[in-house]
Design a protein around this ligand. Structure first.
Ligand code: AMP
Ligand code: ZN
Length: 113
């Protein structure tokens, strides 16, 4: 757990969230400011700042994020969905605990702009 990390606090139960999934390695919850009818976040429980912090020790869990994200999307009935990982403030990252957005529930234009 990293001090002053919003997502570490959510994972630890110190801040509320609308939880969708949890196991010993992965946590998923609803985004507080949805950009689409369905907008979820999936994170490793381990505090990793972003892709640059991924090592051989953590890469299996990063792959698991994708498998669980797909399970959630199927369970929630998303026929199509987008996975987004913003890396760096200039790319829109505001919380520096690696996370993937799972976005769906409406047609998704590409490129996103
Ligand atoms: P990013 O901009 O990629 O770092 O994504 C951070 C996401 O976290 C944004 O989509 C926020 O809306 C979301 N967020 C911020 N605070 C909370 C919170 N307390 N609970 C759920 N989602 C949050
Ligand atoms: Zn964290």
């Amino acid at each position: 757990m990293s001090e002053n990390c919003l997502f570490c606090k959510i994972i630890a139960g110190e801040l509320p969230c609308d939880k969708l999934y949890e196991d010993d390695e992965v946590f998923a919850f609803k985004d507080i400011a949805p950009q689409a009818p369905m907008h979820y976040l999936i994170v490793p429980k381990e505090h990793l700042r972003g892709p640059e912090a991924v090592t051989e020790a953590s890469e299996r869990v990063i792959g698991k994020l994708m498998r669980i994200a797909n399970d959630i999307a199927q369970k929630e009935g998303m026929a199509n969905y987008r996975l987004v990982l913003n890396n760096g403030a200039g790319a829109g990252q505001t919380v520096f605990h690696l996370h993937m957005h799972i976005i769906g529930g409406r047609p998704l234009a590409w490129p996103p702009g």
